[in-house]
Design a protein. Structure first.
Lengths: 228, 241, 265
């Protein structure tokens, strides 16, 4: 770790580089966002917009779409690092493994939040969603996304070196994110459908998930980088 | 002639496994400060693995390895900031521009952005290329950029895997000049090459690796106008290998 | 139990012909005894449940397999953490054995849970917390096994699996909580995975016998799987000395033609 920079400085260096890469290649904007909108359309085809199922299921469909898009974004983000010997170059550099990890998580969180913003517009338009309880919705979006990025970055890095990464990453990651899906969906439902119970416990569970995996990922990234 | 204590690189009976395959099968090698050492050998002999071991990237399963005073069997990571590796891969992000890559990698190596720019100039990378994405460069230009990313680290030990490959003749002269400059200023250069004609002019000494071991050698290369001795197979003092 | 890095020309002791030993045979015998008691009491002697009738008897299989599965996964969890700390082969082998045995027991749990559901409610699957959590855990550990199966050198494979083991186990309580909150409101009476506090007498005895039998069988399987893995690693190591020899032979076949330095310029 560079003396002058520290882990957070390393993280920011990595995150800036990732966001710059995204700005150059525009994979998120050009490919993942259209894919996500496409998934929303596919759900509409599958679930018949007129029967109200779509409206009721909106939170779940939204978060399933986010999960699939997250897998794509992770594949791309870590696929880049696995090419051209970049991982070796990172190991040779002064950037601490925890810094690499947190930098990837930061960049991914930002990218996914932007994607979700577009998707929110998408569901508002396509599924005619009325938003209630903005504070809870925002809290859920933020904590869920952070958790997805934190857990996803561990498996993304692990799968990146493997030839079967396209099938392996979803298999490893999606069951891990099951509680995120449940909590985010239920929390949003509580808000959108104006249920009498509180949705904040769900946001708290998401927050715990994010913190646990941020801690675990930071600790595990060195062996992950060196030996996995 | 160095001994194990003052050698920049000291390997003894080094065995390195890739999977279960012994890429290095018992390497003995000593390299002194300021030396330019040529590593020859057929494909698959273990040159790339040897460079990776010296860089602290690949661990030994047995044997000794002391590089720049660091015992690699205890801690491989400590030596990395002091070496520079030029490998077969470019070590560059294809979608970023030349300067964006250098800015990132120079900062990653705890150097400054200015160091990165200076390195690009030193490698003769034309400024019109600076804002082009790396994937748009020719192979030779990309190699110069990779080289620049390496030298801005100011490494004490240069590990170069076929540095002349893909370069035109003026770039090759430039690389030779850089290696000589580095050695003259106290750094040590270990480079693998198949281009013996050129390599032997710049190298102070050469060793041959084959089948994962360094082959026994004759004494150091004689001055160009003398006939070098035929290989006798009798190593001297354990430090020449 | 670290692996021997290089093999000498002769082996130290004759290779074992199986993974059994006196200890495991004794363990196996004891397990069979408990199994016998559990079967007799569970299937015949203990009375049927007041509401569920004879279908309750499946609990004498269901609870032990769930417990055995959790024991196996706990082993994997601890082994994963220990491997990342100590880096010895022992912990890697123990962890992967635990994952396999755990997957086995969880599959049995889900199957017998489904059968019980079919008999009692007419459906093979219910979205109740225990089954749902089991399904998620099962898939997580199937992922572990998928990564384990990828050919790689022992250290790489062990590190990958240890990381997955840790990441997965940390998720277990979170999945439990989420699924419980999610499905908790929809619960009717369910026997799956819980010890009915109203059990008494022979039912309780049958339950505890079955539980003990399940754990003993789990441990027995773990020991054998561990040993099989250990032997497989030793067999691979035997190849190393030979590989070194062959590698060095490459050099003598090419060295006769090589010159030290060019003398032709």
């Amino acid at each position: 770790m560079s003396q002058t920079r520290g882990v957070l400085g390393d993280a920011w260096l990595m995150a800036r580089k990732d966001l710059l890469l995204e700005r150059r290649a525009k994979i998120g904007l050009g490919q993942v966002v259209p894919f996500a909108i496409l998934v929303l359309l596919l759900f509409a085809f599958a679930l018949d917009p007129d029967r109200g199922v779509l409206k009721q299921a909106t939170p779940g469909l939204f978060w399933v779409t986010v999960l699939f898009s997250a897998v794509l974004t992770l594949q791309r983000s870590f696929g880049l690092e696995a090419e051209d010997g970049i991982l070796e170059a990172l190991r040779l550099s002064e950037i601490s493994p925890a810094g690499i990890y947190l930098g990837k998580v930061t960049a991914l969180t930002i990218q996914l939040l932007l994607l979700e913003a577009v998707l929110v517009i998408g569901v508002a338009v396509l599924y005619d969603t009325k938003f209630v309880g903005i504070a809870l919705l925002v809290a859920i979006a933020f904590t869920a996304t952070l958790g997805i990025a934190a857990a996803g970055s561990v498996y993304g890095a692990l799968a990146a070196r493997l030839r079967s990464r396209e099938t392996l990453l979803p298999l490893l990651l999606l069951p891990l994110l099951a509680p995120v899906l449940i909590a985010a969906t239920r929390g949003c439902e509580v808000s959108l459908q104006r249920e009498a119970v509180s949705g904040w416990p769900w946001a708290a569970l998401l927050g715990i998930f994010a913190l646990v995996y941020l801690a675990l990922g930071s600790l595990l990234f060195r062996p992950l980088l060196e030996d996995a | 002639m160095g001994n194990a204590v003052s050698a920049i690189v000291h390997l003894h009976s080094a065995v390195a496994l890739i999977g279960r395959f012994p890429a290095l099968a018992g390497v003995d090698l000593d390299v002194d400060a300021g030396e330019i050492l040529l590593l020859q050998g057929p494909n698959g002999a273990g040159k790339t693995t040897l460079l990776g071991v010296c860089a602290g990237l690949i661990g030994l399963s047995s044997g000794e390895a002391v590089v720049l005073g660091e015992d690699l069997t205890l801690n491989r990571r400590a030596v990395r900031r002091r070496v520079g590796l030029l490998g077969h891969d470019s070590f560059l992000y294809q979608d970023l521009s030349v300067v964006e890559n250098l800015d990132f990698w120079s900062q990653a190596a705890a150097a400054t952005v200015a160091d990165g720019r200076a390195a690009l100039e030193r490698l003769g990378v034309a400024s019109r290329l600076f804002n082009l994405p790396v994937h748009a460069l020719s192979a030779g230009q990309r190699r110069r950029v990779s080289f620049a990313a390496m030298i801005c680290r100011r490494p004490e030990l240069w590990l170069l895997d076929e540095p002349h490959a893909g370069l035109d003749s003026s770039a090759r002269d430039l690389v030779d000049g850089l290696m000589e400059e580095a050695a003259a200023s106290g750094a040590t250069v270990l480079f693998a090459s198949h281009e013996l004609d050129r390599a032997e002019h710049v190298a102070h000494r050469s060793v041959t690796i084959s089948g994962g071991v360094i082959l026994p050698q004759a004494p150091p290369a004689a001055p160009p106008d003398a006939r070098p001795a035929a290989p006798t197979g009798s190593p001297s003092g354990g430090s020449e290998l | 139990m670290t692996a021997t890095k290089m093999n000498s020309a002769q082996s130290v002791s004759p290779a074992p012909t199986g993974t059994g030993s006196r200890g495991t045979r004794l363990l196996g015998a004891v397990a069979v005894c408990f199994l016998a008691v559990a079967v007799v009491y569970g299937l015949f002697i203990s009375p049927p449940d007041s509401q569920l009738g004879n279908t309750i008897r499946i609990i004498y299989m269901h609870v032990p397999t769930v417990m055995a599965a959790y024991l196996a996964f706990l082993t994997t969890a601890v082994s994963s953490a220990m491997y990342l700390w100590k880096r010895t082969e022992f912990w890697d082998l123990l962890g992967s054995s635990g994952a396999e045995i755990g997957v086995l027991f969880f599959t049995v749990t889900i199957i017998d849970g489904a059968l019980w559901g079919k008999v009692t409610w007419g459906v093979f699957w219910r979205w109740e917390p225990r089954l749902t959590t089991s399904a998620v855990l099962l898939i997580m550990y199937l992922g572990y096994l998928a990564v384990r199966a990828i050919p790689a050198d022992p250290k790489t494979r062990a590190t990958r699996c240890a990381i997955i083991g840790l990441v997965a186990v940390v998720n277990i309580p979170i999945v439990h909580k989420a699924v419980d909150w999610w499905r908790g409101l929809h619960q009717g009476k369910t026997v799956l995975g819980t010890l009915n506090p109203e059990m008494g007498g022979t039912q309780l005895f049958a339950m505890y016998s079955a539980l003990t039998a399940g754990i003993l069988v789990c441990v027995w399987l773990l020991i054998h799987r561990f040993r099989a893995g250990y032997l497989a690693e030793r067999a691979s190591d035997l190849g190393l000395g030979q590989a070194l020899e062959e590698r060095r032979l490459e050099s003598s076949s090419t060295s006769s033609g090589s010159k030290v330095s060019g003398d032709d310029s």
